[in-house]
Design a protein around this ligand. Structure first.
Ligand code: TYM
Length: 331
C-alpha cells in the first residue's frame, strides 16, 4: 500500500489555504493509503516562538486537524518533536545537502528578506528537515499546496541522492499528490497579493468568528469593475473567484462569472455571498474545534498513540539507514 505524509507548521491557526491546499486531499487519502499527518513544531522554531506559545499552538493545531476530519483511527497523527528519529535523519541528510542549493530556494530567500535580523541555519536547512519528515516513513505521496512545490522537489533530490550514493533503493521518490491529476492548489489571500498565508496577515482561519469573516471579506481588495463585455479578470478579482470556487456552489460561481462578463456585477454582492459561503463552510469545523480543544484527555491520547505508531515506522527506517551508512554496533 502506498504511504502518504503531510504536515503543517505549528505557527498559528489553520486557514482556508491549509485546508484546500493540503488537508482536504489528505482526508480523502486516509481511506485508501497508509497515512501520516504531523505537526511540524521543530520547523516553527525558525521564528523563535516563546515556550508557552509553542505548546498552546501545537495543541490548537492538533484540535483543528481533528476537527477537519483527520481520523486517528485511520491515520497516524503525531507531533514532530515526539519523534527523535526525525532530527537524527535530518543530521544525516545534512551531510549531503549543499550550501548552494539550499541558498537558492525561494522560501529561504523569502524568509531571509522577511526576517533579516534572524537568518538562522534552521531556515537554510528547512528543506532538509522537511525531507527527513517525509522519507522517514518512506512516503510515496505528499499532499501539499503549490507553495511547497520547491521544498518537495528538494525532498526528492535528497531521497534520490541517498539512494544513489549508497547504491540502494531505500527511499521511494516522493511525489506531490492532487486528486484527478489537477494542478497543485494555491489559495489566494484577500489582499489581492499572492497566496493566503499565516505570516502574510491575509488569511481566514477555520476557527474565525462569522463577524470577523464578514469584516475581512467585505474589505477584500477589488477594483473599479469591468468596463467591457467579456473582459479578462485582473488578479485581484480572479483571486475572489478562486476562493468562491472552493467554498461556493457551482451555480453561484457561474452567476457571478456571467455578471462579471456582462458588466452587471456588484462587488458588494459578490463579497457578501463569498463571506456567507465561507461561514457556511467553516461553521461546523469551528464548532468541532471548540469542542475538541476543551478535551485535553482526548488530545493527549491521540498524541500518545500517534507518537508510538510514528516512532515504530521511523525507527525501522533509521535503523536501516544507519546500517547502510556504516554505523554498526561494536557491542
Ligand atoms: P505550512 O504550515 O505553511 O502549510 C501547511 C500546508 O498548507 C498548504 N498551504 C496552502 N495551500 C494552498 N494555498 C495556500 N495559500 C496555502 N498556504 C498553505 C501548504 O502547501 C502545506 O501543504 N513546510 C511545510 C510544513 C512541513 C511539511 C513537511 C509538509 C514540514 N514538513 C513534510 C509536508 C510534508 C509548511 O511550512 O507548510
Amino acid at each position: 500500500m502506498s504511504t502518504v505524509v503531510s504536515g503543517i507548521r505549528s505557527t498559528g491557526n489553520l486557514h482556508l489555504g491549509n485546508y484546500f491546499g493540503a488537508v482536504k486531499n489528505f482526508i480523502e487519502m486516509q481511506h485508501t493509503h497508509q497515512t501520516f499527518f504531523f505537526i511540524a513544531d521543530f520547523h516553527s522554531l525558525t521564528t523563535h516562538p516563546v515556550p508557552g506559545d509553542l505548546h498552546t499552538n501545537v495543541k490548537q493545531v492538533l484540535a483543528e486537524y481533528l476537527a477537519c476530519g483527520i481520523d486517528p483511527e485511520k491515520s497516524t497523527i503525531f507531533i514532530q518533536s515526539d519523534i527523535p528519529e526525525i532530527p537524527e535523519l535530518y543530521l544525516l541528510l545534512n551531510m549531503n545537502a549543499y550550501l548552494g542549493e539550499l541558498e537558492r530556494t525561494a522560501s529561504f530567500k523569502g524568509k531571509a528578506r522577511q526576517q533579516p535580523e534572524n537568518v538562522n541555519a534552521g531556515l537554510l536547512t528547512y528543506p532538509v528537515l522537511m525531507a527527513a519528515d517525509i522519507i522517514i516513513h518512506k512516503a510515496h505521496f505528499v499532499p501539499v499546496g503549490k507553495d511547497q512545490e520547491q521544498n518537495l522537489e528538494m525532498s526528492r533530490t535528497f531521497a534520490r541522492r541517498f539512494n544513489r550514493m549508497y547504491n540502494v533503493e531505500t527511499f521511494p521518490i516522493p511525489r506531490a499528490y492532487t486528486f484527478e491529476g489537477k494542478d497543485m492548489v494555491k489559495i489566494p489571500g484577500l489582499d489581492g497579493s499572492g497566496k493566503m498565508g499565516k505570516s502574510e496577515g491575509n488569511a481566514i482561519s477555520l476557527a474565525e468568528s462569522p463577524a470577523s469573516i464578514r469584516k475581512k471579506v467585505m474589505r477584500a481588495v477589488t477594483d473599479t469593475g469591468p468596463t467591457e463585455m467579456h473582459q479578462i479578470k485582473p488578479d485581484v478579482i480572479r483571486n475572489l473567484f478562486t476562493l468562491m470556487e472552493v467554498v461556493s456552489a457551482p451555480d453561484v460561481v457561474s452567476h457571478f462569472d456571467t455578471a462579471y462578463s456582462n458588466c452587471s456585477i456588484r462587488y458588494g454582492d459578490l463579497n457578501k455571498q463569498l463571506a456567507e459561503d465561507i461561514i457556511h463552510f467553516t461553521t461546523p469545523i469551528r464548532t468541532r474545534i471548540e469542542e475538541i480543544s476543551k478535551d485535553s484527555v482526548y488530545l493527549s491520547k491521540v498524541a500518545k498513540n500517534g507518537a508510538e505508531k510514528a516512532r515504530e515506522s521511523a525507527s525501522k527506517t533509521l535503523q536501516e539507514v544507519r546500517e547502510i551508512i556504516g554505523f554498526r554496533k561494536f557491542y
